[in-house]
Write a protein that binds this ligand. Sequence first.
Ligand SMILES: [Mg+2]
Length: 310
Amino acid sequence: MTRGEFEIIASIARRIPAPGRDVVVGEGDDCAVIRCDAREDLLVTTDLLLEGRHFLPDAAPQDVGWKALAVSISDVAAMGGRPRHAVAAIALRPQQTGAYADGLATGLLRCARRHGVDLVGGDTNATDGPAVVCVTLTGKVARGRAVLRSGARVGDAICVTGALGGSLARRHLRVTPRVAEAAALVRGGRVHAMIDLSDGLSSDLGHVLDASRVGAEVWADAVPVHRDARRASAQDGRSALAHALDDGEDFELLFTVPERRARSLAKSGLAGTPVAWIGRITRRGYVLRDREGGPGRAMIRGGHDHFRSP
Ligand SMILES: [Mg+2]
């Protein structure tokens, strides 16, 4: 029997007993949310990078170390939180224990310093297989203010930061987590739902729809296509739009807000990053339209599944 990533997660989630009262949000969002004091809630997330899957053996170890922490910081940002403490567990082959290990640490520590994260511990191990780098990160958010995947409302505008697609060619290791953008967004209030784009827009927006029990329409002409997506399209013949919808590893933010807020965000951007208003939350269904009011077709969740992709 083989199963997809989401089936595995669902089968484990079903077996988790009812959590304690301090668990505000358990499995199923970008981070878990734990009540800890009267002022702030604690966020917790973990990510595992596997050599040959998430990075190639010839990737610079500094980039791998940076990415290992940056992807978790992106998850904390997607909750509207501030990253705080990290632990890192690393398994390396014997020939990677010298300069390679130092490079990993350099990248990890550089990312930590940039984002105000304290590295507070970890574990190292030896392996004969691919290298593994696993980072667990905590964050803080004002009590009760974590932005969840489950808050999208019918009529909300759907927005994304930055531009999407084609990240695998060059950008995917140099992740820039959108912490400042998320903070500015949350300060303005009325953010109903948020997720970071790791699997790909079609799949990640699908997670928001599932959690919020709503539908959506996305307007193809409004999706911000990265120039790397156009480059990838020229090479493999898949449309640039398909790359923008399905590629994943963009680590941009997708969020839903009232339309008035979307209108002003599309003009002003967030912390210097452009914001695109790409669609609307609907009662049900998942539709890709050429443009607002234009002809539609079913949106296919084409995003990344670690256990299904070749
Ligand atoms: Mg995420």
